[in-house]
Design a protein around this ligand. Structure first.
Ligand code: NAD
Length: 475
């Protein structure tokens, strides 16, 4: 059932003009399952022209009508849940139940932004003189270039595309070449729901060439990227050079602080499920586990048991709890991160090696007492590896939590409301979840500080990113 993926430009599904394709690999089998069309510069130019024309149409459609079209798209996504989820599992590797949750989250995100389309209020500002009317209106910024990664092939697109559509913008999505079929199905739902020609365009290609072309193009008004900090810095500087608004959702290295008074069941269950979700390839995955010393050994034992009990396998096989890594680069990266941690004195409590020699499977891995000099304690691991270290005082934990240039997500477990309030304020990160897993909802902001990015997706902040404020003074 896996299909080859095409470009969608100016209302047409078509191959790239040079007829070039890129192979798509199933990470569970290492087999080529299909291909994806590669855009040339002339394809991109056509996409930009279409997005400009589409923008002029879409921005004039009343918000309520835009919302109705978007809600029809949600209904189609829900109808096709099983098909889209199977595509996600096949091309990305995650277990089917995680893929189904991703499809549902994409529809829910789209619903939320559709409704928000009708609430992009301006304001009236009292004037200094009689007869002067001063007010602001929120206007869509214009055609958007959205670059999304392979770890969540459709929800990452929905967070950008649905907010942009709700605001009245047109979009060129540069979706991930490694996972192209599920994004194609996502866009198909919007197109069949009645989004006018040119408003949504989908391209794939050489990521560096596509981003260079689109970001520097004078008709593109806004850039949104999710991916690594290294690439994000390059794209943000290109956006700055061309005076483009930019939202950057970049890497993280989330601390998870467990205080001695924590509900240990909640901490072990919550953090192990967050850690190994999507084989750890999640930007808000907990990575540095800081455990207060009096409960360190107990936590390590219970967390390691949980990790060792995870059934790893093909995402499409029933009973699979964790799939393969998404590509060979991640497998090699995780192998290198684990052996480096051991070289620096870290002790593997469970896991630590590849499973089999076909498919990019890796054992859920727990490493205790890692050195802060180990690579994995400094670079985003982006894989199924948890680093567990003991801490003595609140200040010690916060110092370690804030040590890195990242600041995306943080987690804490404590029964003390005083400690909970203090940790919420002291951690340098864009999001903090205390005593439960509460991040990443359509209605709440999602974004980082420091090297983890600029701006937020989700919540009212998510749509603000696609609006500009115009001030009008009128007698
Ligand atoms: P990468 O940095 O090469 O690519 C990350 C993403 O950015 C991919 O989707 C890729 O297609 C895209 N990309 C790369 N160069 C680009 C460019 N010049 N212009 C536009 N897009 C570009 O790394 P990778 O091997 O695919 O993934 C490894 C790292 O990426 C991970 O360690 C993680 O830090 C990060 N990552 C983060 C997220 C996230 O949700 N924040 C998602 C995927 C990957």
């Amino acid at each position: 059932m896996y299909q080859d993926s095409l470009l969608h430009i100016d209302g047409r599904w078509r191959p790239g003009s040079a007829n070039e394709t890129i192979a798509v690999i199933n990470p569970a089998t290492e087999e080529e399952v299909g291909t994806v069309a590669k855009a040339t510069e002339s394809d991109l130019e056509e996409a930009v022209g279409a997005a400009r024309r589409g923008f002029l149409i879409w921005r004039k459609i009343p918000a309520l009508e835009r919302a109705k079209i978007m809600l029809r798209a949600s209904a189609l996504i829900r109808e096709r849940e099983d098909k889209i989820a199977r595509l996600i599992s096949t091309e990305q590797g995650k277990p089917l139940y995680e893929a189904i949750n991703e499809v549902r989250a994409a529809a829910e995100t789209n619903d939320w932004f559709a409704e928000e389309a009708t609430r992009t209020y301006g304001r009236v500002i009292p004037s200094r003189g009689g007869g002067i009317h001063q007010f602001t209106v929120r206007e869509p910024v214009g055609p958007v270039a959205a670059f999304t990664p392979w770890n969540f092939p459709i929800i990452q697109i929905a967070c950008k595309m649905s907010a942009a559509l709700a605001a009245g913008c047109s979009v060129i999505v540069k979706a991930p070449e490694e996972t192209p079929a599920s994004p194609s199905e996502l866009l198909r739902a919007f197109i069949e729901a009645g989004v006018p020609t040119g408003v949504l365009n989908l391209v794939f290609g050489n990521p560096a060439q596509v981003s260079q072309y689109l970001i520097s193009h004078p008709l593109i008004q806004k850039v949104s990227f999710t991916g690594s900090t290294a690439v994000g810095k390059q794209l943000a500087s290109l956006a700055g050079l061309h005076m483009k608004r930019a939202t950057m959702e970049l890497g993280g290295h989330a601390p998870a602080i467990v205080f001695a008074d924590a509900d240990l069941d909640a901490a072990v269950n919550g953090l192990s499920s967050a850690k190994f979700k999507n084989a750890g390839q999640v930007c808000i995955s907990p990575t540095r586990f800081l455990i207060q010393e009096s409960i360190f050994e107990t936590f390590v034992e219970r967390f390691s048991e949980k990790a060792a009990a995870i059934r790893v396998g093909n995402g499409l096989t029933s009973g699979t709890m964790m799939g393969p890594l998404a590509n060979e680069r991640r497998l090699n990266a995780i192998d290198a991160i684990v052996s480096d941690a051991v070289d620096f004195g870290g002790e593997i409590r469970t896991g630590g090696k590849r499973i089999g020699n076909r498919g990019y499977f890796y054992e859920p891995t727990v490493i205790v007492n890692p050195s802060n000099e180990a690579r994995g304690m400094n670079e985003e691991p982006f894989g199924p590896v948890a680093f567990l270290s003991p801490f003595r005082t609140f200040d010690d934990a916060i110092e370690e939590a804030n040590r890195l240039p990242y600041g995306l997500a943080a987690y804490a477990y404590t029964r003390s409301s005083t400690t909970a309030a203090a940790v919420g304020m002291a951690v340098e990160s864009g999001m903090v979840s205390i005593n439960h897993l509460g991040l990443s909802l359509p209605e709440t902001p999602f974004g980082g500080v420091k090297d983890s990015g600029i701006g937020s997706e989700g919540g009212t902040e998510g749509i603000d990113a696609y609006l500009s404020t115009k001030f009008i003074s009128q007698i």
